[in-house]
Design a protein around this ligand. Structure first.
Ligand code: PMH
Length: 401
């Protein structure tokens, strides 16, 4: 693989598709054969890369894909994906024709939406719909059986619509106390009982429920975080039915080192001062890459050892304190392992007072992703450069005209 020609900086993320494959296989193995897996690949597959992640998840036995917005579904179709795709969030009625034409399933939770959507569709169109029930998440979804029956009837009465699925989403599946989840489940089952006939897909489980609550599986599950090798919550860690393997790791390279004398300052605000003579290295990653300023003081790995980030994190660079002189080009791991040492996504999440979900999502598209397949770097996605090059070509075309 000629990575050199595909990105031009010393910072990158590695997306281990072998780990993703194994996680999906293990999830499949954990649930009954007839329960279908929808791989949740919204938000560019939680920052991992939508098309590459989707193809691997599908090859490991996922049945379909789920995203938040129609744009994300279109991106997958344009990437050549033919598997079922469900948009979990709201879609504007004026955009439904696009979804029908691209065989993308949408979520419905308002009857007025159906009335408007119908106007966009022609005879012969078929739009697949999943009804969303709000059983206690309070986000989107029908809350009453009247609303549900109204939507069901409208769909059945209009041949442009197909009722393909019904679903709900749990608010507390990652907590070990099941009280609220059980309440939501009862409400969902009550709603299902109101339907004249059950659609093809009935689903409620995210990763947490899929891993720990067999009575929530129905005939399909929507799995995101576990597929990426991350545990839905810290309290679930001891409960995992099989080990999850982290897919995303983050890397950089020493681009500059120097020995500073005692009492020298480092970075904006001069917040760090050397105590004695110290080796300070610079790595080309900063808050514009999603390596946020709050990570000041966080360890990174150099030669298998932890060393701290010192001074403020800048937009594009930050500094680390090295135990001794190191050569330019030395590999620095910010998330992932080197030798015996490991910096997990959970460690970074804890430092940022957040959940592991947020971390790969906020590593910006300025960071190229290298895909590892069969243990080898197989492909690079550099969203920044691909749009940049197109932009340049457009400019050139304009100049030539
Ligand atoms: N289904 C829906 C409707 C979701 O919103 C999500 C994740 C999933 C399934 C997958 O959940 P998992 O990654 O825990 O398996 N949604 C979000 C969210 O909106 N904020 O964080 C995760």
């Amino acid at each position: 693989m000629e990575t050199q020609t595909q990105f031009f900086r010393d910072t990158w993320a590695e997306i281990n598709l072998d780990h993703l494959y194994e996680n999906v296989k293990n999830i499949k193995g954990h649930i009954p054969n007839d329960v279908k897996v929808f791989a949740v690949v919204k938000a560019n597959a939680y920052g991992h890369g939508d098309v590459q992640t989707s193809l691997t998840a599908l090859s490991a036995g996922a049945h379909g894909l789920a995203v938040a917005f129609l744009d994300e579904a279109i991106s997958l179709r344009r990437g050549g994906i033919i598997a079922p795709i469900l948009v979990l969030g709201a879609t504007r009625p004026k955009d439904v024709k696009m979804a029908a034409d691209m065989d993308i399933s949408l979520t419905v939770f308002q009857q007025e939406w159906l009335v408007e959507a119908e106007r966009q569709l022609s005879k012969g169109d078929c739009l697949n719909l999943h009804i969303k029930c709000d059983t206690g998440m309070g986000r989107i979804g029908v809350r009453t059986t009247e609303e549900l029956k109204g939507i069901e009837k409208y769909i059945l009465d209009h041949p442009q619509f197909e009722m393909e699925g019904i679903f709900t989403h749990f608010a507390t599946a990652d907590e070990l106390n099941d009280e609220y989840l059980d309440e939501q489940l009862v409400r969902f089952e009550h709603m299902l009982a109101q339907l004249d006939s059950l659609p093809a897909y009935i689903h409620s489980s995210n990763s947490a429920a899929t891993l720990r609550k067999t009575n929530t599986l129905f005939n399909a599950v929507r799995v995101g975080i576990a597929m990426y090798g991350l545990t839905p919550s810290i309290e679930m860690k001891p409960e995992l039915p099989f080990p999850l393997k982290e897919v995303f790791s983050l890397h950089s390279t020493l681009i500059h080192t120097k020995e500073l004398g005692a009492f020298e300052k480092v970075s904006y605000g001069a917040t760090y001062q050397t105590e004695r003579a110290e080796w300070i290295g610079t790595i080309p990653i900063g808050y514009a890459d999603g390596w946020l300023r709050k990570l000041q003081g966080q360890d990174v790995l150099v030669d298998g050892k932890r060393v701290p980030i010192v001074g403020r994190i800048c937009m594009d660079q930050c500094m680390i304190r090295l135990p001794e002189s190191r050569s330019i080009g030395t590999h620095v791991t910010l998330i992932g392992s080197q030798g015996e040492e490991d910096i997990t996504m959970d460690e970074i999440a804890q430092k940022l007072d957040t959940i592991n979900y947020e971390i790969p999502c906020i590593i910006s598209t300025r960071v190229p992703r290298i895909y590892i397949r069969n243990g080898e770097p197989a492909e690079v996605s550099n969203k920044l450069l691909s749009t940049g090059v197109q932009g340049q070509l457009k400019n050139k075309e304009l100049q030539d005209e």
